[in-house]
Design a protein around this ligand. Sequence first.
Ligand code: TK8
Length: 333
Amino acid sequence: MKHTLLAAAAAALVLGLGPVAAQDIQDRVIRFGYGLNEDSVQGRAVAFFAEEVDRLSGGKMKVKGFGGASLGSDVQMQAALAGGAQEMMVGATATLVGTVKEFGVWDLPFLFATSVEADAVLDGPIGQKLIGMLPDRDLVGLVYWENGFRNITNNRGPITTAADLEGLKLRVMQNPVYLEVFTALGANAVPMPFSELFTALETGAVDGQENPSTTILSSKFFEVQDYLTITNHVYSPWIMMVSKSWWDTLSADEQKVLMDAAIASRDFERLDTRAASAKALDELKAAGMQIVEMPPEEIAKMRETAQPIIDTAIDAFGRPLYDEVMAELAKLR
Ligand code: TK8
């Protein structure tokens, strides 16, 4: 009897000190917006994040995911977070450069050669330094997710050389480097929010676009695009962000719940994306897309054409930052 009581008391003590009861956590509803469909790597990772937050907060903090840009495009959601009208989002860092120009370093074509390099630099001191610049803009950055290496799709004809981009009406993200690089390559580059892209492809307002194969699949671009060219011309990160004015109202425990869940979601998302990416090309082929790989000598031409734009972009966000990234990459290579 004595033993049982002791055991019960010990159990109660452990519970009392456990992750839930001792925490300063209130009931919260968190609106989390994202651009892709629910059935996408982004949607699955948001669902995973929601479950983690629920678990770590003892069911008190509820993340409500809003996919398909139903709360707005990446740029609109950034403004909503900064203004305190929405709590959380995930979106492309490329759409953040108007707010913090240093994020432009991730836009440089052919910067990262592998996902391993991207993980190391994004999760390391440089990636964290850029995240540290967000609070001045009323945003809090938590972690980077993998959007991935981008490839070109279009409906005009196969693109097998750099010259084939000539005159192609190509949607690009709302980002100066993407716009200028594809313009220099001869394309008629049109900046447009992702939320308008499917319709623009369907109606022929643009001939093509560029995104990772996982997005080409989950956004069903294969329904309105016949040709895919593997270029891997840039590694595109997503960043998970929180409204700073809302973040500042949270207790340290609540902030920790979000941060811990964010890190878990990042690891989940990267694994899921890499697995999905390995299968996506086969699925796109099965769905009727004609897929070619841009030959290395043509990639070299693309790089050469992009170089003056890369140089100007580096001057715009600051050469020391670029040098830091290159020094980090040299260590990894
Ligand atoms: C989704 C976007 C998308 C990006 C783009 O909101 O705009 O092409 O690659 O993932 O962030």
